[in-house]
Design a protein. Structure first.
Ligand SMILES: Cc1cc2nc3c(=O)[nH]c(=O)nc-3n(C[C@H](O)[C@H](O)[C@H](O)COP(=O)(O)O)c2cc1C
Length: 161
C-alpha cells in the first residue's frame, strides 16, 4: 500500500478481533512514529508498547472497546520543548498510517485518556515530569468504518482564503 492509499484508507477503528499482533509489526509501527518530524529535530518522545492483557484492561475507563486491541501504544512526550504537542501529533499520525498500511486498525485516543493521565502514568511508570499524550490501540480490525470527509472543493483555497 502506498502512502496516499494509506492516508485515504485510515479511519478510527474501534472494533477488533482480539488477536495478538506480531512484535515485528509493532516495531514497524513505532519505527514509523520515530521517523516523524519534530521541532528542531528534538525527538523528545518515548513509545510504550503494551501487549499484556491485564495492563490493557486498565485502559477501559478511557475506552471500553480497547480490551479487544492486540496492543496499545502509549505516547510519552517531554514538555520541555514548546513543540511537544505538534511533535506528538506527527508521531501519532505516522503510527496510524503505518498501522493502516500493515492492515491493522488503530485509533487516536487522547480526549478520553487526558482526564486519566496521572492514573495511566502511574500504571506505566512514566516519570512525573513527562506527559502521556495519547493511547493508540492497534488491532486486527473486526470492522472498518467509512466516515466521510469534507470534499476538497470545500476546504481548498487557491492564493487567498
Ligand atoms: C486530538 C484527537 C483526540 C482524539 N481523541 C479520541 C478519544 O479520546 N477517543 C476516541 O475514540 N477517538 C478519539 N479521536 C479520534 C476522532 O474521534 C476521529 O479521528 C474522528 O472522529 C474522525 O474519524 P476518523 O479518524 O475515522 O477519520 C481523537 C482524534 C484526535 C485527532
Amino acid at each position: 500500500m502506498d502512502a496516499l492509499e494509506a492516508i485515504r484508507k485510515r479511519r478510527s477503528v474501534r472494533k477488533f478481533t482480539g488477536q495478538a499482533i506480531p512484535k515485528a509489526d509493532l516495531e514497524t509501527i513505532v519505527d514509523a512514529g520515530r521517523w516523524a518530524a519534530s521541532g528542531s529535530n528534538r525527538q523528545l518522545w518515548d513509545f510504550i508498547v503494551v501487549t499484556k492483557r491485564e495492563t490493557i484492561v486498565e485502559f477501559v475507563p478511557a475506552a471500553p472497546w480497547i480490551v479487544q486491541a492486540g496492543a496499545v501504544i502509549a505516547l510519552v512526550l517531554d514538555p520541555v520543548t514548546r513543540w511537544w504537542v505538534e511533535d506528538g501529533a506527527a508521531a501519532i499520525q505516522n503510527m496510524l498510517l503505518a498501522s493502516t498500511a500493515l492492515g491493522y486498525g488503530s485509533c487516536w485516543v487522547e480526549g478520553d485518556a487526558l482526564p486519566r493521565e496521572e492514573q495511566f502514568k502511574a500504571l506505566l511508570g512514566v516519570p512525573p515530569e513527562k506527559r502521556l499524550m495519547a493511547l493508540i490501540p492497534v488491532g486486527v480490525p473486526a470492522e472498518w468504518p467509512q466516515r466521510e470527509k469534507k470534499p476538497l472543493e470545500q476546504v481548498i483555497h487557491w492564493e487567498k482564503f
